[in-house]
Design a protein around this ligand. Structure first.
Ligand code: PGA
Length: 253
């Protein structure tokens, strides 16, 4: 069976509750009638509940931008998988490069979060990708390999559920510099091969691998034409309904 394209908007630390409601309403309108593309939005925690109310009854799925690995307790400032589940999240972004770079996430903490998400029936959008320095040093594949092995450590194939991997070269995030379709495809193919070895051919073939990093309506079509690119994790361009809807409607471009 073919992989259904998956477009997700990562709103990062943008949009108040009122603004989030408005944005998701506009998005719903702008993507009405689109079939065969899965769509999710990941607002900040504070807007999850409101956005959940807005997407109820539509095909737009809700994602969170992070989670903690314990269910409850004395962890000031953290949000648990139970809370995300209750609020109606389907997805949760884990290991975003901003979390890794600015908030000290490691492969080990990413692994704990992925395990907690899966244990609670949340589908992780597991982010990996190399920095500019690592790419220039020829370490892209080694870095991505380490991140996959570390992030998925100790998780059986049968427990991976609806995990999604997002390949986001750090040098392309928010910079306007996208990887070329060929550059991205090369890494996506490598990721799929790696998952085949670590898990199974069947799981790897069904796994959706999103590309992320300055995806726009201008470059999405070329990226989506690649065999192993199954969608996009979109930051900046997901903050306006017009550009996000164009990305969702990449087939019509
Ligand atoms: P960008 O962000 O589209 O603004 O580059 C992508 C991401 O960080 O997920």
């Amino acid at each position: 069976m073919g992989r259904i394209p998956f477009m997700a908007g990562n709103w990062k630390m943008n949009r108040t509750v009122a603004e989030a409601r408005e944005l998701v309403r506009e998005i719903k309108k702008a993507i009405a009638g689109v079939e065969d593309v899965e769509v999710a939005v990941a607002p900040p925690f504070t807007a999850l509940y409101a956005v959940r109310q807005e997407v109820e009854g539509s095909s737009v799925r809700l994602g969170a931008q992070n989670l903690y690995w314990e269910e409850k307790g004395a962890y000031t400032g953290e949000v648990s998988p139970l809370m995300l589940k209750e609020i109606g999240c389907h997805y949760v972004i884990v290991g975003h490069s901003e979390r890794r770079q600015l908030f000290g996430e490691t492969d080990e903490t990413v692994n704990r979060r992925i395990k907690a998400a899966l244990a609670h029936g949340l589908a992780p959008i597991f982010c990996i990708g190399e920095t500019l320095q690592e790419r220039e040093d020829g370490k892209t594949f080694a870095v991505v390999e380490r991140q996959i092995e570390g992030g998925l450590k100790g998780i059986g194939t049968g427990d991976l559920g609806h995990l999604v991997i997002a390949y986001e070269p750090v040098w392309a995030i928010g910079t306007g510099k996208t990887a070329t379709p060929e550059q991205a495809e090369e890494v996506h193919r490598f990721i799929r091969e790696k998952v085949k070895i670590l898990h199974s051919v069947g799981f790897a073939e069904s796994l959706r691998i999103q590309y992320g990093g300055s995806v726009t309506p201008e470059n999405v079509k070329g990226l989506m034409a690649q065999k192993d690119i199954d969608g996009a994790l979109v930051g900046g361009a997901s903050l306006t309904s017009k550009t996000f809807a164009k990305i969702v409607r990449f087939r019509e471009l």
